[in-house]
Design a protein around this ligand. Structure first.
Ligand SMILES: CC(C)(COP(=O)(O)OP(=O)(O)OC[C@H]1O[C@@H](n2cnc3c(N)ncnc32)[C@H](O)[C@@H]1OP(=O)(O)O)[C@@H](O)C(=O)NCCC(=O)NCCS
Length: 212
């Protein structure tokens, strides 16, 4: 069994040449991504398709971006990631469509044995899934093996250690469900601020590079 086969089967695994080569490939592309001129939006968007195993259209990631392999991450159409996203994708990270990341989100598929006797044996990695329409707040850390449900909101600063169901607001360390997304959220976007009290837009803003 290769080290990558061990990882995929949920066994303890170690870095080997195959993994090191994946990391080196990714590091080169990420260096390029993070050093593109600030207004090179179309080039950055095109590069996401090279970095990640799968990447939909109109994926918008604000640099700096930090990614371990790229190969094991898939990102759905229209997903947005703010400054400082870190993806430790030693195992698959599956991010759906229209997902939002606040700044400094860390998605971490890997851990090390707790026992110091076994610490040197290697690491373990388990897949993470973030479903369509989820919003992950600033400074959230998502742990190995976790699934975050469709449309759910993870409050800023949470450490997500267990699965979170669809359509809920959850936060804290460890992250727990606070409430379901409800009708009140359809009327109010923040405290007593209502969608219906917005001024009409004369024209929708337009971004050319999003068109192809
Ligand atoms: C979770 C969140 C969406 C608010 O959800 P909400 O259901 O409207 O919650 P409320 O603001 O009514 O707060 C409810 C309670 O939870 C607490 N709370 C809210 N967010 C929290 C968080 N992230 N961590 C811990 N507690 C939180 C509030 O203090 C309040 O406590 P109280 O009942 O003791 O007064 C919001 O607080 C949040 O974390 N937003 C993320 C913002 C962000 O990261 N932006 C980055 C740009 S993308």
């Amino acid at each position: 069994m290769t080290e990558q086969e061990r990882m995929k089967a949920g066994y303890i695994w170690l870095d080997d040449e195959e993994n090191m080569a994946m990391q080196a490939r990714c590091r080169g592309l990420i260096e390029k991504y993070n050093s593109l001129p600030p207004d090179a939006n179309a080039e950055r968007m095109a590069l996401t398709k090279e970095i990640f195993g799968k990447c939909g259209d109109h994926v918008w990631i604000i640099p700096p971006l930090k990614v371990m392999t790229g190969t094991y991450t898939s990102i759905g159409e229209g997903t947005y990631m703010n400054l400082g996203t870190t993806l430790i994708d030693d195992a698959p990270i599956t991010i759906g469509e229209r997902v939002l990341f606040g700044p400094n989100v860390t998605v971490c598929t890997t851990g090390h044995p707790i026992s110091p006797k076994h610490r040197g044996d290697g690491m373990y990695s388990f897949p993470i899934t973030i479903k369509n329409g989820a919003w992950i707040g600033a400074n959230v850390v998502i742990m190995p093996g976790v699934t975050i449900g469709e449309n759910s909101v993870i409050g800023a600063g949470s450490v997500v250690t267990k699965d979170i169901p669809d359509n809920v607001v959850a936060f804290g360390t460890p992250c727990k469900v606070y409430r379901e997304i409800n009708e009140h959220d359809e009327e109010y976007y923040f405290r007593d601020y209502r969608f219906d009290d917005q001024p009409e837009r004369e024209e929708m803003p337009h971004l050319d590079f999003l068109e192809d």
